[in-house]
Design a protein around this ligand. Structure first.
Ligand code: UDP
Length: 450
């Protein structure tokens, strides 16, 4: 049944990355269910599939990227589209506002914190802008202080200090810092500064998070950015991320899982951006094979550097992997994690994947690749204690040990029990009367009054 419309239209503009498109489309669904009409402006690169969302209007703008251009380096990609998309976006938004009818006013723009020009464009057109942050609030709160932390001299880290927490950024450890900053160094500073400035000028900040996961960080976010904060919960609890998948999902995963015992399968996926070397890939393969546990492994084509897909595996290794496992190019992750057969998740701890795992009560093995994943994984292993951290050791023995520990041993059972408690708490937050549920109401009212 069509929900009652409230005569207001919200314009959404996701960054063209899987981990940013999923939450934005989920947010679109949440707002649509509260009566708002939805228009999604998107780049040509990684365009969401309009036909999967017949209730929304989709408008494509030029991003100036060529078909052949490599898009692997996310920071360069973001820098380039932030330049290329500004003018087409401005034209598109202006046109939309001109066309906006008395009967259906455009109330605001909601876009990703990674767009740097949208605040200025929105202001010039007199349109309020809200920011969607797809990171954990604790990580976003560190944006203003990251340049300072970089110059504090923690790097390079000596062995004796590796496990010390970063005083300005707990529970991050000093050994995590090099992977937070990557090779960008001071080149990041203008980007971070722009994100902070444009967020502070916005009309509100939306987190896919909840008080049960980070109450203090949400309070701090309010103090830092000085705008209304809306922590409206893990979006996955309301709408599945599957409909906005940019890759074809291998649906054979589900019947395959149907043939496995309860909680017997470890799901392995490093998300849509992380790449690994061939050596690391082979270490993971041998670790999984030697663990003798069943597994479902997503190997995204192109994610093993120098290979198209899984050709670095020898025939013998493929045979031994096939005895207990299944390798696919892309999975319907949320459905997989919700399956009774899944007992663990070896993950890169992207914020979406981490939340999806918590919402389904699946304990994790943490193998973060960089940036916010370093912090998310510390929360999983050190604060919530619902996972085992590999500490970057992509070695077959370590992987075998962690998989066995999680799936077979007492320690794994304790982790699973703690995960159940965390899942239940988060679940409460999205139910009637819960903190996220209430925050959605507050957000909807905020937009109505803009
Ligand atoms: N995902 C998926 N199938 C896969 C792997 C990932 O649908 O085989 C989805 C996953 O459910 C999540 C998103 O892709 O919603 C990945 O986002 P995340 O923030 O975890 O990591 P990123 O890809 O941005 O590094």
């Amino acid at each position: 049944m069509e929900e009652k419309r409230n005569g207001l239209r919200v314009i959404l503009f996701p960054l063209p990355l899987q981990g940013c498109i999923n939450p934005m489309i989920q947010l679109a669904n949440i707002l649509h269910s509260r009566g708002f009409s939805i228009t999604v402006i998107h780049t040509r690169f990684n365009a969401p599939k309009a036909s999967s969302h017949p209730l929304f209007t989709f408008l494509q703008i030029s991003d100036g990227l060529s078909e052949t251009q490599t898009k692997d380096d996310v920071m360069s990609l973001l820098a380039q589209i932030n330049i290329n998309a500004e003018s087409p976006f401005r034209d598109c938004l202006r046109e939309l506002l001109l066309e906006s009818k008395e009967s259906e006013r455009v109330s605001c723009l909601i876009d990703d914190c990674g767009w740097l020009f949208t605040q200025t464009v929105a202001e010039s057109l007199n349109l309020p802008r809200l920011v969607l942050c797809t990171f954990k609030a604790t990580f976003f709160n560190a944006y203003p202080s990251l340049p300072l932390i970089r110059t504090k001299g923690y790097l390079p880290v000596s062995d004796s200090e590796a496990e010390d927490s970063v005083p300005e950024f707990p529970p991050l450890q000093k050994r995590d810092l090099s992977k937070v900053f990557g090779e960008f160094g001071e080149k990041l500073d203008p980007f971070l500064h722009a994100v902070v400035e444009t967020t502070m000028s916005s009309s509100g900040l939306i987190f896919m998070s909840c008080e049960e996961l980070e109450k203090d960080s949400l309070t701090i976010a309010n103090e830092i950015f000085e705008v209304p904060i809306f922590a409206i919960g893990p979006f996955h609890s309301y709408f599945s991320a599957s409909s906005s998948s940019l890759f074809t999902q291998d649906e054979t995963c589900i019947p395959w899982l149907g043939n496995q015992k309860d909680k017997s399968v470890i799901y392995v996926s490093l998300g849509s951006v992380v790449n690994i070397t061939e050596t690391e890939f082979l270490e993971i393969a041998c670790g999984l094979s030697n663990s003798k546990q069943s597994f479902l492994w997503v190997v995204r084509p192109g994610s093993v550097l120098g290979a198209k897909w899984i050709e670095p595996l020898s025939e013998g290794l493929v045979r031994s992997l096939e005895e207990k496992g299944k390798i696919v190019k892309w999975a319907p992750q949320q459905e997989v994690l919700a399956h009774r057969a899944i007992g663990g998740f070896l993950t890169h701890n992207g914020w979406n994947s981490t939340l999806e795992s918590i919402c389904e009560g699946v304990p994790m093995i943490c193998l973060p690749g960089g940036w916010d994943q370093m912090l998310n994984s510390r929360f999983v292993s050190d604060i919530w204690k619902v996972g085992i951290h590999l500490e970057g050791r992509i070695e077959q023995k370590e992987i075998e040990k962690a998989v066995r520990m999680l799936m077979e041993e007492n320690e794994g059972e304790k982790i699973r029990e703690r995960m159940k408690v965390l899942k239940d708490e988060v679940e409460k937050s999205v139910k009637l009367g819960g903190s996220s549920f209430q925050s959605i109401e507050t957000l909807a009212n905020h937009i109505l009054l803009l």
